[in-house]
Design a protein around this ligand. Structure first.
Ligand code: HPA
Length: 275
């Protein structure tokens, strides 16, 4: 993190109307933003939040939706858009400032595991960071201007909460699959050789997001649930060339199932008081 990051977080958090104390937040991935349509949540455009970057990708709306106990970010920031890692993870710090304890990260991903099919929802059990960077390179923001304390060297052995996964299992209509997510920078999709490499490393899914936010959530002591929507088979696994419009299109088709799963988890957590 760069010096001054704490000020940026405070400034952004101060722009969120008081009265919203979300305990669980959802970050929606490419093509999955439609989930917030017609919800009746209070909406704040990212343009109204100082220090929040503005999404540049088709399929990302750029609104923060708030209700009593929940926050939903329709639109996220990717490293490939040219944003710094500070920008990519700033919203997670802001959500933590608002009181968020559980973070649900969703994404569109390419399926590497041949047991997966386009349209599958897969719970992330672990990740492989192939971004070549880490949001915590640089001064440790711990304690700066009252930001939550996090250790310089923090444990990553259980990033994706078993408890939240168990809740997701119990809420899902179709039993979800599980897998390891590898993050590449993009924006080009992978070559078949890269996909073979990721497969040999133990990855089941590949995408261009989620890992920086998951690392940050871990640093901040949040519980993380990661849900990938398999929008296509990764290069060389499927037979067709990859196309962003197709990725967004498949995301739209599974939106109903994902919405049902997310709201199932949210209501279960509300019943449990966020714990
Ligand atoms: N690779 C990387 N990111 C992705 C893919 C993919 O195949 N599909 C959706 N996001």
């Amino acid at each position: 993190m760069k010096t001054g990051f704490a000020d940026r977080v405070k400034k952004a958090a101060a722009a969120i109307p008081t009265g919203f104390r979300p305990e669980t937040a959802v970050i929606l991935g490419s093509g999955l933003s439609g989930i917030v349509d017609g919800l009746g949540y209070h909406e704040i455009s990212y343009a109204q939040i100082p220090e929040f970057p503005k999404p540049t990708v088709a399929g990302h709306k750029g609104v923060l939706c708030l209700s009593g106990k929940n926050a939903i970010m329709a639109g996220r920031f990717h490293y490939y858009e040219g944003f710094s890692m500070d920008d990519v993870v700033l919203p997670v710090f802001v959500l933590r400032e608002l009181g968020v304890k559980n973070l649900i990260l969703t994404n569109a991903a390419g399926g590497i595991n041949p047991r997966f099919n386009p349209g599958d929802l897969v719970l992330i059990v672990d990740h492989i960071n192939m971004l070549g960077t880490n949001p915590f390179i640089g001064p440790n923001p711990a304690g700066a201007d009252g930001l939550p304390l996090g250790d310089r060297f923090f444990d990553m052995s259980d990033v994706y909460s078993r408890d939240l996964r168990a809740i997701a299992w119990s809420c899902a209509k179709v039993p979800p699959k599980e897998g390891v997510y590898a993050a590449m920078t993009g924006p080009s999709y992978e070559t078949p050789a890269e996909v073979r490499m990721l497969k040999a490393m133990g990855a089941d899914l590949v995408g261009m997001s989620t890992v920086p936010e998951a690392i940050t959530a871990r640093y901040l002591g949040m519980r993380v649930l990661g849900i990938s929507c398999v929008t296509n088979m990764a290069a060389g696994i499927g037979t067709t060339p990859l196309d962003h419009a197709e990725v967004v299109g498949v995301g739209k088709r599974v939106e109903t199932e994902l919405k049902q799963l997310i709201f199932g988890v949210l209501s279960r957590l509300e019943i449990q008081g966020g714990a």
